[in-house]
Design a protein around this ligand. Structure first.
Ligand code: NAD
Length: 478
């Protein structure tokens, strides 16, 4: 059923940890153990580091065309296997196959994007002040990269790091989440089969804090990239400062969505129910603070509850499932805590509010109304299937509330007015703004947050830039 053997990839060899240590891989929809995840030792991490150093020396000297050919072959393999990889993804993460398979397709598309863009890494010639001097600004790969990726998008979080680094000419050691290792292993096999030289891509698992403290401390790595929580981001950023590594931090969010008075209500309700409960709300761009204009509030809440109550919750492998489980049992208690806290302060549960009975880590699609400003869910990232509905009167007031948290990842608004859209886009303090839709992540477009949601972008030309550095060369012709 679960058709992947979880192994470490170090210097082109697939293997277990040197001391045989493992942890269980659990299917969150059933609680059953799917397999064992090897936990890297110091020796394994030292070998991965040495491999990445050697791999960089090889890969940076390949031409952009040679790198392109290997990445395009890897993309084709990922695409050809997307149904099988999607099944692994659903079993380890819980999201429905209808979300998992397109995510693997995204991985193939993103790999092609970086393969192509790698051929367009241009420098520039800068006119000199002296005769016979030629001045050049050149772009080169930054060096070996160490990457950490979260479990909520087991394919796309990992691929944006692997393909971005490889497209730029860097080698990489990536630690995908131990909760969702098989998707990354299956994709890494595609790169190896595509002809990637040994040591260019290394995949490790382990005890997260052990792996990150060991690898980030190594002077071999020149760049660190993380998709994870703000708390982990701050920790790794401090560690990266010791060796002055550059970094890209894709961290948590708490996305406001503003439904203006002139919004297409039916469209807003339909779009937002789909977005809120996607991956059971475990999405860093998930709408988490719903600001509804007071004139629409009652109708919006009624429509939202009605549509959300029809969601089919269950095992993502079953046809028709629209929402799967949370990643781990401990997250259910966190959701209960958010609901209890809000209710104790005056909120009403309009839908759900409880964990589901039976096997697996399921929490009901939940809608809270009349949520008071001091409820914890309005300031802490919920990362789950809970929608707190709030109302507002005035533009300035709602912008102030929307911008009141330290986060700044995604933000959304719904309106029929082009000028109101433009005014809202300009006022929102966030790295991403979606107007009347939620598609803020594509291979071609920059993705990233500001403030405590992190810095730097993945995808788009910015995503390749993140793995490059500048070299200035000046030549005097004798
Ligand atoms: P968690 O912080 O325990 O773990 C989240 C991930 O970070 C895990 O995959 C873990 O392996 C990794 N991690 C933890 N400590 C680390 C360390 N010292 N070094 C390197 N990696 C480390 O949280 P959780 O309970 O699994 O998930 C819930 C929280 O995680 C949410 O509040 C959310 O903010 C955050 N999260 C964010 C994203 C995102 O896309 N921004 C994705 C997943 C989780």
């Amino acid at each position: 059923m679960y058709e992947e053997k979880i192994e470490l990839l170090i210097d082109g060899k697939w293997r277990q940890a040197s001391n045989g240590a493992t942890r269980d891989l659990v299917n969150p929809a059933t609680g059953e153990v799917l397999g064992k995840v090897p936990l890297s030792t110091d020796q394994d991490l030292a070998e991965a580091t040495a491999a990445a150093k050697r791999g960089f020396a090889v890969w940076k000297n390949r031409t952009a065309q040679q790198r392109y050919e290997i990445l395009m072959r890897a993309a084709a393999l990922i695409e050809a296997r997307k149904e099988a990889i999607g099944r692994l993804l659903t079993q380890e993460n819980g999201k429905p196959l209808g979300e998992a398979v397109p995510e693997v397709q995204f991985a193939a598309d993103a790999t092609r994007w970086y393969a192509e863009e790698g051929k367009r890494v241009y420098g520039r010639i800068i006119p000199a002040r002296m005769p016979n001097v030629r001045q050049m600004s050149l772009r080169e790969p930054v060096g070996p990269v160490v990457a950490f990726a979260a479990w909520n998008f087991p394919a796309s979080n990992v691929i944006r790091k692997i393909s971005g680094a490889l497209g730029a000419g860097c080698s990489i050691v990536v630690k995908p989440a131990e909760e969702t290792p098989g998707t990354a292993v299956a994709m890494a096999r595609c790169f190896q089969e595509a002809g990637l030289p040994d040591g260019v891509l290394n995949v490790v698992f382990g005890v997260p804090d052990h792996v990150s403290s060991t690898l980030v401390a190594s002077p071999v790595f020149r760049k660190i990239t993380l998709t994870g929580s703000t708390a982990v981001g701050k920790l790794l950023q401090k560690r990266a400062a010791e060796t002055l590594k550059t970094s890209t931090m894709e961290l948590g969010g708490h996305a406001p969505v503003i439904v203006h008075e002139d919004a297409d209500l039916e469209h807003a309700v339909k779009t937002l129910v789909a977005a809120k409960f996607r991956n059971a709300g475990q999405v860093c761009t998930s709408p988490t603070r719903f600001f509804i204009h007071e004139s629409l509030y009652e109708r919006f809440a009624a429509g939202f509850v009605e549509l959300a109550s029809k969601l089919v919750v269950g095992n993502g492998l079953e046809a028709g499932t629209q929402m799967g489980p949370m990643i781990a049992e401990r997250r259910l208690a966190v959701m209960e805590g958010f609901v209890e806290d809000a209710v104790s302060k005056g909120a009403k549960v309009a839908l759900g509010g409880k964990r589901a009975s039976g096997a697996g880590f399921f929490f009901q699609p939940t809608v809270l109304t009349q949520v008071p400003a001091n409820a914890r869910i309005l300031s802490e990232e919920p990362f789950g299937p809970i929608a707190p509905l709030l109302s507002f009167k005035e533009f300035d007031e709602v912008i102030e509330r929307a911008n009141s948290l330290p986060y700044g990842l995604a933000s959304f608004c719904f309106t029929r007015s082009v000028s109101l859209a433009a005014k809202t886009e300009a006022a929102l303090d966030a790295g991403l703004v979606g107007v009347n839709h939620m598609a803020v992540s594509t291979p071609e477009t920059p993705f990233g947050g500001v403030n405590e949601s992190g810095f730097g972008s993945e995808s788009g030309i910015e995503g390749l830039e993140a793995f490059m550095r500048t070299k200035f060369v000046t030549e005097f012709a004798l």
